[in-house]
Design a protein. Sequence first.
Lengths: 172, 442
Amino acid sequence: MRHLSKALIVVAGLAVSACSNPDRFGDQYADGTGAGGAGAGAVAGTAQDPQSPLYFQQTIGDRVLFAVDQSTLSPTATATLDGQAQWLATNVEYNAIIEGHADEQGTRQYNIALGARRANAVQEYLISRGVSPARLKVISYGKERPLEICSEESCYAKNRRAVTVISAVPTS
Amino acid sequence: MRVFLAFVAILASLAAPVMAQDERSGPLRIEITEGVIEPLPFAVPNFVAESAQAQEMAANITRVIAADLTGTGLFREIPQDAHIARVTAFSSPVQFADWKAINAQALIVGGVSVDDSGKVVVKFRLHDVFAGQQMGDGLQFVGTTDGWRRIAHKVSDQVYARLTGEDPYFDSRVVFVSETGPKDARQKRLAIMDYDGANVTYLTDSASIVLAPRFSPGGDRVLYTSYESGFPKIYVLDVATAGRNVLNAADGEMSFAPRFAPNGQTIVYSLTTGGNTDLYQLNIGSGQTSRLTTTPSIETAPSFSPDGSRIVFESDRSGTPQLYVMPAGGGEATRISFGQGRYGTPVWSPRGDLIAFTKQSKGRFHIGVMRTDGSEERLLTASFLDEGPTWAPNGRVIMFARETQGAQGTSSLWSVDITGRNLKQVRTDTGASDPSWGPLQK
């Protein structure tokens, strides 16, 4: 069992590092896993293993949502981020890229800047909870990578997000 | 595809039959004004094929000229099957009475020859039918067969300029983002096309997100934003070779929304660091950068005035995105948008008199224009999502992207003139967004 779980982590590490370029849209499109930014891609590991990126994504929650035009963290968001910070404190072999997104209401350029604000709000919060700044990167996709594609508030609400994507610490 | 064009004035102007001046005083001229206009009727019989190989090309060139002129909304073609006179030789005397009888006010007559080396010679004359006179010199263009559409646009440009008194715009290109796939897996590529959607060439593949290309003033280079490195960074691409260079940014910085200054050397752009987006400028030659704004708000979408002295941009320093003008070197900015709603993507007209923008109000998007002090705001379009205006080289027409609503939504390019008339889609084979209209080609 000990061997098996180690093997799983190695596989997870490989899978994540192969996708450490956050714009791996082409790959995702080809294998049909969607393209909601890197956060929507397949994540290795099992949801039962608290050390796996999949556990981080599904059990702790890899994303927080924002109100229209806002980058303020809600109490729900900070609760999720507390869990993220704790996980990152335990699992030091992983870093994270925080992806900021906007809904389609807004111009392309403004939404990139708005997504950056959201990603930055998450980054600052995680740092305030003890995560080393060196382990966190931010990127904004603006409105380029919606998860939900209807043109209604129910979809927009899910697209106004910041997603914390776990990646392996570079070995070199 | 390289096209060499040479103007040759056809000096031996025909002795047109002398006719009495009609009641109209002054030359034939269509005034482009704010009011409703009646399109000016013109006739363009098929250009005469002056060599055996020229038959098809002569007909094609004629159709492109007719499409250019009618596409402006300022001219109406009298169909060829209504023509009475037949033009069988470029130098035949013009039968003005026959053209007058079908109420053609302007008549374009031309000839096309193609030789074995692929050299194309196109000549034309423009006539004022009711005055019974030729308007301006006859001209001859020399090019190659693969550049036939450009030669046709050159003829149209001459006709448009003579009939409107305005600078023309048909022989120009548009760089844009070609889009395929659904909204949540959209593939984007940089592409370049003629202003009318013909001759599409792809400049990048779809491996990375590419955004908002912008032509250099000379049309030889394109600035754009790509996620190629994993993060948004600005690239400059040589149009002729498609070779590209990244403009360096530090790790952890995101740069986007670039635009050239009129000198073609300086660029202004947005740079995000620590979640805050400000405007910077960079001299491409020296690599020297300077920061233009220092606020905690978002500053983006900068555009220079044509004299290079000022920059209009978008900022949410007041709480919502609005338009501001500041000196090109930075300094105090003046807010110019005061209407209800959110304003973005301002673009200074090449004439210097107007600023085009995107406006979001009550759940709808609009393309509009205002004077450079923000007065006389006019909305030209309305839809679910209109965005990103770009000016025709003569400052009379605006192209923009329109995205349709819902899960099946797609983006396409549209044009509208600055009076709000003649809204129409620009034909593209794929979805399309982020147009940037280049200069009139030499």
